[in-house]
Design a protein around this ligand. Sequence first.
Ligand code: ZN
Length: 270
Amino acid sequence: MPDPLFGLPIRLRSKWIFNCYIVGNPDTGITLVDPGLPSVTAEALDCLTATFGPDTSPDTMLCTHAHPDHLGGMPHVLSQHRPTVLLPSRCRSYLAGEQPRGSRVDNLIRFLPVLAGQKFDLTAMREFAGAGRQIGFGGPKMLTIPFEPDGFLDEAGTPDSLDGWQVIEAPGHTDDSTCLYHAASATLLSGDAVVTLDGRAWFNPEWVDTGLAAATEERLRSLKVEHLLPGHGLPIQAPDVWRTAMSFRDRPKGKGILARCSRRLGRWNY
Ligand SMILES: [Zn+2]
């Protein structure tokens, strides 16, 4: 039976760098956060039944932003269950016809070292490439989803199955980036606003807007965080995860080929 992360009522299923979190239990309500790759989502559903019993269903599922690797598994869940589906607030405008902004190629390249931080998985790579053409935004220019969301994640509200959690809009990586913060346990589900590399938090160096990325970094650093559960990279538990955090402006220091490529081709000239 998979253990709760850091003793929290949260479980992680992941392949390579792609993370899906199961938050809560049948008494409090169960939320799937970032059911991204279909095979990871299937494992998350298996984890639910193995942990809580064969009839367990998620009450809510949501994504921290509408990139394919964060919502690509939602149709798989909806083929078996009927949770409440919530998308980030900005997705209202995307569904009304606004074209989401994408990263410049040199910003994407800066993210490369994160790819080398965990064991490569071919299935994950294939699913990421496949989902990227069909669902979410980034591959498709507009937000494309084969279902109707039930609602949106606004700072003013919290889903019923996430009692005690706060929705934090965290634009920068994308305009719709959203985090979930649980003050009582100092836990941040950061989505891609913050990733991790070599045991350190890294405010995402891949962004669509420098000013928004800076404002989000400042706001998140003002939160007390002892458990960082990122969209990509391994979760971190530390007395203060920001003490060793890299800014979105920091270059990675590694000697690996991807770190060197990201320094050279990402240019870091802003
Ligand atoms: Zn992502």
